[in-house]
Design a protein around this ligand. Structure first.
Ligand code: TYM
Length: 335
């Protein structure tokens, strides 16, 4: 008797093309998407509209968008099994965003920690409105595709909560319009800290200013080794339990790359010198990055194929997104 396979749950996630990809985004997000691509129906977006909030140089935005698309594939996302598309190629994202904005109280957005941090840094009067409404566009990205799960790093938990609140708000007013998604945050690697500042999350904006902050996925092996060797630790003679912040971060990276918990990594290194730990971490990173970099070079050598993967995927996801948009438009009285 033939059996129809149960439909797989759907995931949607995205990364901004605002800087070269670093190890934090790889361990917190992309690597998990790759590992789980057979479990899910996969939608992965390059969120160029979000990156616009940082006023990038136009040529740089175009080039980082292609770099990131190539990186998705080089890290192991298979275009045969995953939709890989550019957010701005699908107009429904901004159309749904507007409708959701009319449902979003300013107070909800005011509470977002990422907005608070950026408005403190740039000044509330000067910061662009896109930074404020950023999480609403993110909610539109997710809700358009009826995603069951959103695989992200820990820093995105609050944005996914806001997305759920928005979905529940419209559902309670107008019936079941949206599927309410859940964040999928892995146990290891969900919050990789800066190599030079282990009390701060590894971030693209800091990496743009200080090279020693982050390992980039395109860093050659000698650069990886140098950055890890210079990572901030403390003055203890050897790895101890509990480990200080810098050592704990290195153990977390080691654990994430070897698919073991940070506690298990600590057992491996307890009592050993920091140089032993650092060499092991650097080699684990180099081993992970070498095949990615080789595939990346191959993908960039055939730009035509890369752009056609993006165009074909956009054409397919367009239909899914438009169907949801129509449903929402009808629910709110626009049709
Ligand atoms: P972005 O580009 O800032 O981050 C991309 C992904 O990388 C994860 N991440 C980290 N994980 C662990 N340790 C770190 N140091 C680290 N730094 C970054 C982030 O949690 C994220 O998963 N707002 C999103 C982009 C977005 C999106 C979406 C995500 C737009 N629309 C829809 C999911 C669904 C972001 O922060 O991108």
């Amino acid at each position: 008797m033939s059996q129809t396979a149960a439909p797989r749950p759907r995931v949607l996630s995205g990364i901004q093309p605002d800087f070269s990809l670093h190890l934090g985004s790889y361990l917190g997000a992309l690597r998990n998407w790759v590992r789980d691509q057979d479990r899910f129906e996969n939608y992965f977006c390059i969120v160029d509209l979000h990156a616009l909030t940082q006023h990038p140089d136009p040529e740089r935005l175009r080039s980082l968008t292609l770099e990131l698309a190539a990186m998705y594939i080089a890290c192991g996302l298979d275009p045969e099994r995953c939709e890989i598309f550019v957010q701005s190629h699908v107009p429904a994202h901004t159309q749904l965003c507007w409708i959701l904005e009319t449902l979003t109280p300013m107070g909800w957005l005011d509470r977002m920690t990422q907005f608070k941090a950026r408005s403190q840094a740039q000044g509330r009067e000067r910061i662009n409105t896109g930074v404020f409404t950023y999480p609403v566009l993110q909610a539109a990205d997710i809700l358009l595709y009826d995603a069951d799960f959103v695989p992200v790093g820990e820093d995105q938990r609050q944005h996914i909560e806001l997305c759920r609140d928005l979905a529940n708000r419209l559902n309670s007013q107008r019936g079941d319009v949206f599927k309410v998604p859940e964040a999928l945050i892995s146990k290891v690697g969900a919050r990789v800290m800066g190599l030079d500042t282990p009390d701060e999350k590894m971030s693209k904006s800091i990496a743009a200013e200080r090279a020693g902050h982050a390992v980039l996925l395109l860093d050659p092996p000698d650069v990886v080794r140098r950055k890890v060797a210079r990572a901030t630790t403390d003055n203890e003679p050897a790895v101890r339990n509990p480990a200080g912040a810098g050592v704990a971060n290195l153990l977390e990276i080691y654990g994430a790359l070897h698919e073991v918990s940070a506690a298990a990594a600590l057992e491996v290194f307890e009592g050993k010198s920091y140089s032993v730990l650092k060499s092991a971490v650097a080699e684990a990173i180099v081993d992970a990055l070498t095949p990615i970099q080789a595939r990346y070079a191959g993908i960039r050598a055939d730009e035509e194929r890369l752009t056609s993967v993006l165009a074909e995927s956009a054409a397919r996801v367009h239909l899914v997104a438009d169907a949801t948009l129509r449903r929402v438009q009808e629910a709110v009285g626009l049709r």
